[in-house]
Design a protein around this ligand. Structure first.
Ligand code: NAD
Ligand code: ZN
Length: 349
């Protein structure tokens, strides 16, 4: 049996391990992808740390990794649209195709969603098995490092394009990787002034590099007052909530103009109090929950923006490590590095 290296959650405890496992066998409708580069997501940090959420969700042993790109090694006998040698990424949310939402064309909120790299073996390995229908072929013009972060970039694109954006004033609350990506996407799609609020100074600096017009520290400054002042007392047209922090969410709603839209991607770990009358009803606000990426509208939009060279993602890239050196990469991210760290299962090129 052919074996490969994989970064796995082997036991129900803190940490991850490199293990030798069998190369996945491909079913008739699957593609086997040789992973070129994979990127670490905040979720992987949670699973590494074995927090309450991970304990309830993860069933070890499982190989992590859901942000990646690679080259198709081989495909099952029924696969026609994907070929060996294709440069690809993939939508790692696997929908069932037959539930109510799937039938309505809302596969991203499928009732039976399974996530590759969470519920089944993922891309922190030399090879990953993906249903061919979830494979996203990449244009050779898209650099490998960009190909490895399409999953979070898709979260950002989904959020930004969930409502009007051209000519709009925008507040991005939380400038982690996804908030930072949302800033460049909003700018590329024609938003006017982009305000970014972020408690971490390094991340505020990155927000400006990514194209934010104003970066606000909500700890040392009254963020809502500042935004109202700079929008002639009106507030922003769109709130893109990317922090999951209750205070940021409340400030975001307070800074939203009457008639504006609030698109909420950040995931709070506790209940959040809102004044529904003031924040939503009398405001006539549109509030949206954003989950994953629309299949496959978001992928089409994201690819088009990338191919047109409209997204400057360079400030996001820092460290690159061989998969074997994952500990250093996870430690750096745990310390609060905002960028994306790429891991190379086949070692460094
Ligand atoms: P992240 O944790 O790196 O970023 C969150 C940022 O918010 C951090 O930089 C943090 O300093 C900042 N922040 C915290 N409190 C703040 C405050 N009061 N005001 C302003 N900023 C504040 O996370 P990420 O990887 O960029 O992801 C963003 C969010 O989206 C997370 O909550 C994540 O769980 C969630 N997420 C949701 C989906 C989805 O499908 N809905 C998918 C992926 C991630
Ligand atoms: Zn479904």
């Amino acid at each position: 049996m052919a074996m490969m290296k994989a970064l796995r959650k082997v036991r129900a405890a803190k940490g991850l391990e490199i293990a030798e496992v069998a190369v996945p066998t491909v079913g008739p409708t699957d593609a086997l992808v040789r992973v070129s580069a994979a990127s670490i997501c905040g979720t992987d940090l949670h699973i590494y740390g074995w927090d309450r959420w991970s304990q309830g969700r993860i069933k070890p042993p499982v190989t992590l990794g859901h942000e990646f790109c690679g080259v198709v090694e081989r495909v099952g006998e029924e696969v026609t649209a994907v070929n060996a040698g294709d440069f690809v990424s993939a939508e790692m949310h696997v929908n069932c195709g037959h539930c109510h939402q799937c039938r309505l064309g809302e596969a991203h909120i499928c009732q039976n969603l399974k996530i590759i790299g969470i519920d089944q073996d993922g891309a922190f390995a030399e090879f990953v098995k993906i249903p061919a229908s979830n494979i996203w072929k990449l244009d050779a013009a898209i650099p490998e490092r960009y190909g490895a972060i399409l999953d979070p970039l898709g979260n950002a694109v989904h959020t930004v394009l969930a409502g009007p954006i051209a000519g709009q004033t925008v507040l991005v609350t939380g400038c982690g990787p996804i908030g930072l990506m949302a800033i460049t996407v909003a700018k590329a799609c024609g938003s006017s002034t982009v305000f970014a609020s972020e408690t971490n100074a390094q991340r505020r600096a990155m927000a400006l590099q990514m194209g934010a017009d104003v970066a606000i520290d909500p700890v040392s400054e009254d963020a809502v007052a500042r935004i109202l002042r700079e929008t002639s007392g009106t507030g922003v047209d769109a709130l893109l909530e990317m922090s999951g922090n209750p205070t940021a969410i409340q400030q975001g709603f307070a800074a939203l103009r009457a008639g504006g839209r609030a698109s909420l991607l950040g995931i709070p770990t506790e209940n959040v109090q809102l004044d529904l009358v003031k924040d939503v009803i009398f405001k006539g606000a549109t509030v949206q929950g954003i989950y994953g990426r629309r299949m496959y509208e978001t992928w089409v939009q994201m690819t088009a923006l990338l191919k047109a060279g409209r997204l400057n993602l360079e400030p996001l890239f820092g460290e690159r490590v061989a998969l074997d050196n994952f500990e250093g990469a996870f430690a750096m991210l745990q310390k609060g590095l905002a960028g994306k760290i790429l891991m190379y299962p086949a070692g460094m090129k």
